[in-house]
Ligand binder design. Sequence first.
Ligand code: AMP
Ligand code: GLY
Length: 420
Amino acid sequence: MRVLVVGGGGREHALAWRLVRDGAEVIVAPGSDGIATDAECVALDVRDHGAIVALARARRVDLVVVGPEQPLVDGLADACRRAGLPCFGPSAAAAALEGSKAVAKAFMQRHGIPTARSQVVTDLAALPAALAAFDSPPVVKADGLAAGKGVTVAEDWAEAEAAARACLEQRVFGDAGARVVLEQRLRGEEASLFVITDGTHGVWLAAAQDHKRIGDGDTGPNTGGMGAYAPAPIVDAAVRARVATTIVTPSIDGLRAEGTPFIGVLFVGLMIEPDGTPWVIEYNCRFGDPEVQALAFGAQAPLLPVLHDAATGQLRPGALACSPSATVVLAAAGYPGVPRAGDVITGLADADAHADVKVFHAGTRRRDDGAFVTHGGRVLGVCARGDDLRAAIARAYAAVECIGFDGMQHRRDVGARALR
Ligand code: AMP
Ligand code: GLY
């Protein structure tokens, strides 16, 4: 089977690597210098849907897998399906669950899916009254896609107001912040849940946990994700059953009933209260990164047929088990602010030579002399699997020890919560 993977980050490297292992001939567009070590890459602009469809046709691919959210929200999956190409990824209408937090909130309200109470504000003049409707400072979210930076978990009222003003008044997120969602703060432990669906049936992946803050012990600013592990013990059989009944089934059925069936991976960001009650923090319409690095590396069965069956409407419900796996993100100097590019990375081959370890490239570039250098905020994902999570984590950190570049940042406590 020939597969075109769209995207060029750590997520797409992990997916491409997995699909090659599963026996596919994989083309990645645009890919990256790092991905090119595992699969053929074709340079093109992912905003050019016509070019992607043309490439898929010219190369007679059997499946298009769209990695990032922006092209999905922009309708790339619709363009593929219109051209008769099986596509793993939701339509623009279904991807709006990620593309607009207001749309997602309204959907959850219509279907009785548990989520924090919220209010949409579009007009600065309405902000004071909207804030006053909450008992404690609300979480402030830009409505649209903001590259993972649009959420402020405010500690006090002034911070909440400033965050809302930054969106509505200063327009720091452009049109994505023209609407703001204020949301009651939830308490508990977060988990990332991934269900692959053809619009009707679901194949559940292992739940994962991400590490959003830059610093150990969940300190410092939010990032795109500094590490992940799976399976996450917080999502035990009882929580899973509740999530299935109250969240996953009504989400998939609700989207189908509204005429916007979801084909792809529904990524539910969960908050799990101490008593096991699950709430939806957000929906995403694609695999999480770095979670998918651990899930793809640890998958105990091929992912390829599951993606293909979802894209072609023949998914059999089930689960895809994952060996204990962890990934440690190595980030560039300056991240999550402006990352420094061009720092030479050493030790990649040594790290990759470790058994049960794979280094995925998120933000690197290869110089003319062959050396990889930093080229993005999150630079590498060092992934390992083991008989248990402790072994997987130890293996990942042993491989991290091999790698170096100026200003390298990483967390030292990936997976620590699961080991306690
Ligand atoms: P998002 O960009 O929507 O994934 O949100 C980023 C992070 O903000 C989440 O991973 C949570 O840690 C936090 N967050 C978002 N909404 C809430 C909420 N209602 N209560 C508590 N934390 C939240
Ligand atoms: N790791 C979280 C995300 O991909 O949104």
